[in-house]
Design a binder for this molecule. Structure first.
Ligand code: NDP
Length: 306
């Protein structure tokens, strides 16, 4: 067999992809990870990770670097490139990146997700002009300013905690009263003096000439609308799985997610999937579950080759 044929090609360099790479290489499989963004994916931009076992608190970038180093130590190759398309031949897969054709026996799709947008008027126009989808990346620009975070999940609460240490005032604006995060995080945010919760509230518009100057907030219970002056708006309302390429191989989706079985297998023989873009782990999107799915996918491939 040509040494240019990989046993396993992993698409995606987030925790699922990196974990799959570490396991796959340790099983002795020739492994390539292809990543088109920063290694670590969404994990890399996490400000403070406090629920990955073994680390009471670790920056996302540091955890990403550690996983990358561990993968490289086991001879996983990492190619920074964008995958353009796939092809299935009789017993191999061809993966096309810009200017390169790579052949592998098995694929693990670890595509991850991208930020969900509010889909309101002027959202695109204000991007980078006071509107951000990443508090870790842009929070520092708002020292002693007034900002709002939209959302009620882990990302929103992580953003609130980060921004409350930088900004003068932080509004948490959420469309209902219940949250999708740990009580631990909610209590920490509530204890912050400069954080104000605005619940049952949605944004009807973004105000400003060239930069964000405020928002129009409507209480969905009373229908009362008020304008709030702001310097920054952080949209942290979840993510959309990146599964566009899955269609090329005829991979079955369930809703927006790649449908996987207990071995992380897809409906296509030889193609496995792991992480936030799959139906695995009961939809619980965590670093630890992404890592677990990556490990299971690599183990399943190893078992098939035994
Ligand atoms: P989630 O999908 O968990 O939460 C999104 C939040 O935004 C929900 O509260 C939702 O409201 C709200 N929302 C969704 N769409 C809109 C909209 N159009 N307008 C207003 N509000 C909206 O996304 P997250 O990014 O918080 O988390 C994604 C996944 O990643 C989760 O599984 C999460 O657990 C995980 N994660 C884990 C972290 C950690 O453990 N440290 C850190 C970050 C993410 P509603 O509740 O009403 O649906």
């Amino acid at each position: 067999m040509s040494k240019d044929i990989y046993d396993v090609i992993i698409i995606g360099g987030g925790p699922a992809g990196l974990s799959a790479g570490i396991y796959s290489a340790r099983y002795g499989l020739k492994t390539l990870i292809i990543s088109d963004g920063v290694i670590g994916g969404n994990m890399a931009i996490a400000h403070d990770i406090g629920n990955y076992p073994g680390f009471e608190s670790i920056k996302g970038m540091e955890l990403s670097e550690r996983m990358k180093k561990q993968a490289e130590k086991h001879d996983v190759e990492i190619l920074m490139a964008s995958v353009k398309k796939f092809e299935k031949t009789d017993n191999h897969f061809k993966v096309f990146t810009t200017g390169k054709e790579i052949i592998g026996k098995k694929l693990i799709l670890a595509f991850g997700t991208k930020h969900r947008k509010l889909d309101i008027e002027r959202e695109e126009e204000f991007l980078g002009k006071g509107l951000s989808y990443c508090a870790t990346c842009d929070g520092a620009f708002f020292r002693n300013k007034t900002v709002a975070v939209i959302g009620g999940g882990d990302s929103a609460f992580d953003a609130v905690m980060l921004l409350s240490d930088i900004a003068k005032k932080v509004y948490l604006i959420h469309r209902r009263e219940g949250f999708r995060t740990e009580a631990f995080k909610i209590n920490k945010a509530k204890a912050k003096k400069n954080v104000e919760f605005m619940l049952n509230s949605v944004i009807d518009g973004i105000l400003g000439k060239d930069f964000v100057e405020g928002i129009k907030v409507r209480n969905v219970k009373s229908d009362k609308v008020e304008n709030i002056k702001l310097d920054g708006l952080f949209v942290e309302i979840g993510s959309v799985p990146l599964t566009v390429l899955a269609g090329e191989l005829g991979i079955k989706l369930e809703g927006e997610l790649i449908k996987v079985g207990g071995r992380q297998e897809t409906n296509i023989d030889g193609v496995f999937a792991a992480g936030d873009s799959t139906t695995g782990s009961s939809g619980f999107r965590q670093i630890v579950t992404a890592c677990s799915e990556g490990a299971v996918a690599a183990y399943s491939i190893y078992k098939e080759q035994e």
